[in-house]
Design a protein around this ligand. Structure first.
Ligand code: ATP
Ligand code: MG
Length: 447
């Protein structure tokens, strides 16, 4: 009794950001995670480390997902072995990262991320409280403390099938609550991306963000503006590919996190109303991911930014510009607003541009043009995009149907389709020379 009391008193400073606390060690009977639910790689890596005398646990999202009965998409391992020691134990492994080293261990087709326990002491900070250096090793407890949410700080030990829980993560999983470890406002200052993670994980897991964790978000949203564009893009991509993109984005909007944080997000949030083009793109992406079908990131980005491009395209045409150059100008205008603060990696932007640039070609159906277009490597993506435009009422459905039929038809039937086009494009189009042909580009992206 007294010991329990002392323990509780000793545990107190930990909740406030320092000191030590004793973890709960939760036996199998209470959480039900069997070691055979782990991947082969996770078992191999933890057992090899343990046999070499180190401690090793499966940690983070995988433990959380197993407790929720969801199969984890990958397994991370945390250990007290240094990266060099880990590397030494696994032939197929490499040390990556400069500032903070982690080890990628390959087991069969799997890659596991093995991280040495990180120190709780956060290093240098800038004037906004952002961590600038975070590279010391530490104890398991310190490692738990520097993780973001209580439900992400659980350690699973396959050797005895126990879960080590420093921050009541299991309780919060049962309550379906996302609770920040430590003081939320401070943790957002240390790393603003945690705000995006909160929203993404809550939407993905169907959890509620605990009030104390939620409240500071709106107030700290502006900090995201200072984050490196590449990191924001990565995080946004995780969100878009979570299978719950629309729910995540709606939540971002509701939490007041979005406006002004970064332009791509602004673009999406103002255009995702019911029935809109963007909304359809998000819904179809979510559906594809849930059905485990592949998704093209370039296509998705093309969809998300299209309303802006399309609006500008229309404006320029209204000012008397021809469709093809008007589109090129509209694309450049929209991309320049994105590029300053929010660089879209080239492997995606190439596909995105190719999809856009093909759109005017769907309206020239005379002569050999449709046949040539069909042979383009990007035809299929461009056509899917056209179908989305059709569904959103932006182009006439008969035009989409014509291209659907044209693709499926044999050579004779194709010719008949072309012959039967009573083009509504007007004589101006016919007089123009062939549209410039873009050289087909190498496939820059595999989604
Ligand atoms: P997902 O299921 O989407 O992969 P995850 O929680 O596993 O979610 P990861 O990005 O794979 O997310 O991160 C693995 C673990 O690393 C997290 O569970 C968390 O413990 C820790 N972590 C990741 N990002 C942060 C962060 N910004 N601040 C603190 N801890 C983090
Ligand atoms: Mg993960």
């Amino acid at each position: 009794m007294i010991r329990k009391f002392i323990r509780r008193v000793l545990a107190l400073p930990s909740a406030l950001g320092g000191g030590r606390s004793r973890p709960k060690v939760i036996p199998f009977a209470m959480h039900g995670i069997r070691r055979d639910q782990l991947s082969r790689g996770a078992l191999r890596v933890t057992s090899t480390l343990q046999e070499a005398g180190f401690s090793a646990f499966v940690v983070g999202g995988a433990v959380r997902d197993l407790m929720l009965g969801v199969s984890p998409k990958d397994f991370d391992v945390a250990t007290n072995a240094t990266p060099e020691q880990v590397h030494h134990l696994f032939r197929r492994s490499r040390i990556i990262g400069r500032r903070f080293k982690i080890v990628h261990v390959m087991v069969g087709p799997e890659t596991l991320e093995v991280t040495t326990f990180r120190g709780g002491e956060v290093g240098r900070r800038n004037e906004e409280g952002r961590i600038m250096a975070d590279n010391s090793y530490g104890s398991q407890e310190e490692d738990a403390h520097r993780r973001d949410f209580t439900v992400n700080a659980l350690f699973y030990n396959p050797a005895d099938e126990s879960v080590v829980d420093f921050h009541n993560g299991m309780r919060d999983i049962k309550a379906k609550k996302l609770v920040m470890i430590g003081q939320p406002a401070r943790r957002y200052q240390e790393d603003p991306v945690r705000m995006l993670r909160a929203v993404r994980l809550a939407a993905k897991l169907g959890f509620e963000i605990d009030e104390g964790t939620r409240r500071p978000i709106a107030q700290h949203a502006a900090l995201l503006r200072n984050e490196p564009a590449a990191r924001l893009f990565d995080e946004l991509l995780k969100l878009l590919l979570s299978g719950h993109a629309y729910a995540c984005l709606a939540k971002l909007r509701d939490e007041g996190l979005a406006q002004g944080a970064f332009p791509l997000l602004d673009a999406v949030l103002t255009e995702m109303g019911e029935g809109s083009f963007v909304r359809r793109a998000l819904d179809s992406t979510d559906a594809r991911i849930r059905e485990e079908r592949p998704v093209s990131v370039g296509f998705l980005l093309a969809s998300l930014l299209w309303p802006q491009v399309e609006k500008r395209w229309r404006e320029l045409q209204a000012e008397g510009e021809k469709p093809v150059p008007a589109l090129a100008q509209a694309m450049a205008d929209v991309e320049s607003t994105q590029d300053n603060d929010f660089a879209i990696p080239r492997r995606f932007s190439t596909t995105m541009r190719e999809i856009w640039v093909q759109q005017p070609r769907f309206t020239s159906r005379a002569g050999a043009r449709p046949f040539r277009f069909l042979e383009q490597p990007r035809f299929r993506a461009a056509y899917d995009f056209l179908a989305l435009r059709g569904a959103a009422g932006e182009v006439p459905q008969p035009l989409v149907d014509w291209w659907t039929a044209f693709q499926r038809a044999d050579a004779d039937a194709r010719q008949a389709l072309v012959d039967n086009v009573h083009d509504d494009e007007g004589p101006a189009k016919k007089r123009r020379r062939r549209p410039r042909r873009k050289k087909p580009q190498a496939d820059g992206e595999t989604a």
